[in-house]
Design a protein around this ligand. Structure first.
Ligand code: SF4
Ligand code: SF4
Length: 298
């Protein structure tokens, strides 16, 4: 878990710009007297009357805004500023560790603690692109998805691999929305992948229905992939279910499909998409072996 040490934070606000989920904010940190000391000095303010009496307010031990000059009582804004501290909202933070990894705090106030349970460990590993998922051995979001089908052979002729890529930096997604989508496509005939292929399976209470363990539903992650496969015959039902459920969630997803190409270069998948009124995909990928022998054709 990442947290901000209020004893070290100087409320400079630099870290706020680095968080892709806007989970960090400056919040009141307590009585102003705890934070600042005030002295009265005589200064010549720029553009002000020479010799006017000013109060100089400097940060105390606990940090805050370094200096205020004011001729009278401190204005409300300075009262707010002088007692602020950075805070990470745990309901918004996805534990991506961007703020920590990039060493954005010059005062060392951003600190890591060990995740409190399996669910928070999952949240961190899936949201931090430099972490590797132990079960699959794949960095990033822990899965090769359908992209290596030429060497893995997960999807055979007549089958379609489906990867629903939930959430994005700047938006993230809650696992309860992931569950809604997973349950909708599973009910329509998508067979969800197991933990040997995809990290999300570790959170499933029921892999057949796509139900996710209750304790993890409120967690937010940067992005996670729902993976599965179905026959070409069931694909229309799966895509229709996706169209229906997309209006019920508070995030975005992208859809990836993989199928084998026929010897004559045609792809039956494209004809199915056309019949359903999906625009022809503008972007595609063809892998060429990744140094491993091609999967046997069956
Ligand atoms: S945590 Fe560090 S970077 Fe963020 S506001 Fe506090 S002092 Fe500034
Ligand atoms: S860990 Fe990521 S989401 Fe959480 S506060 Fe840091 S940058 Fe923001």
């Amino acid at each position: 878990m990442v947290r901000i040490n209020p004893e070290k934070c100087r409320a400079c606000g630099v870290c706020l710009d680095y968080c892709p989920l806007e989970a960090i904010s400056l919040v009141p940190s307590g009585p102003a007297a705890d934070v600042f000391s005030e002295t009265t000095v005589v200064r010549e303010p720029s553009g002000g009357s020479p010799g006017k009496e000013f109060r100089e307010v400097t940060a105390g031990e606990q940090g805050g805004v370094v200096l205020f000059l004011t001729a009278g009582p401190l204005p409300d804004t300075s009262r707010q500023l002088r007692s602020r501290v950075a805070y990470i909202d745990p309901s918004l933070c996805v534990q991506c560790w961007v703020c920590l990894r990039q060493r954005v705090c010059s005062f060392g106030a951003i600190e890591a603690t060990f995740p409190e349970d399996f669910y928070h460990l999952f949240q961190h590993v899936i949201s931090d692109p430099v972490e590797t998922t132990a079960e699959t051995g794949v960095p990033g979001r822990g899965t090769e998805e359908a992209k290596t089908n030429d060497v893995s052979g997960r999807y055979r002729r007549g089958e379609v691999g489906v990867a629903i890529d939930m959430g994005r930096p700047g938006l993230g997604c809650r696992l309860r929305d992931v569950e809604k989508v997973a349950m909708a496509v599973a009910a329509a005939g998508l067979v969800l992948e197991g933990p040997e292929h995809t990290p999300l399976a570790k959170l499933m209470a029921d892999l057949k229905t796509g139900r996710i363990q209750e304790a993890s539903r409120d967690l937010r992650v940067l992005s996670v992939i729902i993976e599965g496969k179905c026959s070409e015959g069931k694909l229309p039902a799966v895509l229709t279910a996706l169209r229906r459920v997309e209006t019920e969630i508070e995030t975005v997803f992208t859809l990836g499909l993989v199928s084998r190409v026929e010897a004559d270069g045609t792809a039956p998948l494209l004809a199915i998409l056309e019949r359903l009124g999906f625009p022809r995909p503008l972007r595609g990928k063809v892998n060429v072996g990744l140094g491993r022998p091609p999967a046997a054709e069956t």
